[in-house]
Design a protein. Sequence first.
Length: 341
Amino acid sequence: MPTIRAFLPCSAALLLAALLCALPAGAQPAAPTDFELELWRSAQRYDTPAAYRAYLAAFPQGAFAAMAQAALDRPAAGGAPGGAPATTSGNTPAPATVARLQGTATSGSTALPVGTRLVGPGVVTVGAIGVRRQLLVPAGDWILLAAVDHRTPGTVQVSLATLALGQFSGRELRSLLLVDFNRRGVIIPGGSLQAQQAMGVLPRWPEAERCEAATGSELLLDVGSTRGVRHCTALRPETDWRRHLTAVPELPEALDSALATLGASTVPLPLPLRSELHITDTRYNHMGYTRLDAAAVGAPAARAEWLRRFAPLALQGYARDLEAEDLLPDQPGAAGIALPF
């Protein structure tokens, strides 16, 4: 089948030829469609049991069904089938063994219910019409642990949402990703900018301001502005991860309830590194990412490299410029977004 081989690496083409020769006469599958071919490429790229099962679920009799099944049946390093390593080390987490969390949609910014499993990298569109953005989900398996709508305190009332996603190694929380953003457009009273500032009616984003207030403890700090969009990227040591939850009164209880339902290990949580990205624009919109990682996720140099690659993609997502469909629950991430861990 030259049409198929033209799209495949040499080794994959030889394996496919061998598998096709083993089929009875007349049993060769039809040439794959572009969609099937793209899904198969994604399965090869991720090279995980979940990715091959996703392909087989969509194309049980597809052109690459035999290869997908062969990948699932191959022995792992420890002798177990399924392509998953028997042991893990470094940046590779042990498979999550937490219970399933069947929740409901609790935020007006997303239809995803709490408990949704997302396999990144990929995007999820959030926010109301006029302030929709693509939330960038990093590589790996993530569970939506909480989604809370709230408002800014004080005089200026802005409708906000905060989403918390967790990544697990066994039953241990390995990474926690907090994303907050205004879920509706910010309404600015009339009058001159100077008058508004004097009256204190303009919204402020304290986390973004703190990000830019360098203290000398940063392992990475980058502040910049492009086309009216300002960003601050920082990597800092972390000593008290729970303090990041207190700005949203409903968040600690929602997160603790989800972790308890999952049967996850919560104390102590060795999360010594904090990756931050805060984005603001001239319309006083804001989107902030805070990622807290256990030491096993990677050394500071590796975390800094991850943040350097994550930030420009997240800025594209803020402008809805990432060419990717929204992630579907339990399905592999989108093609074209390359992010380590």
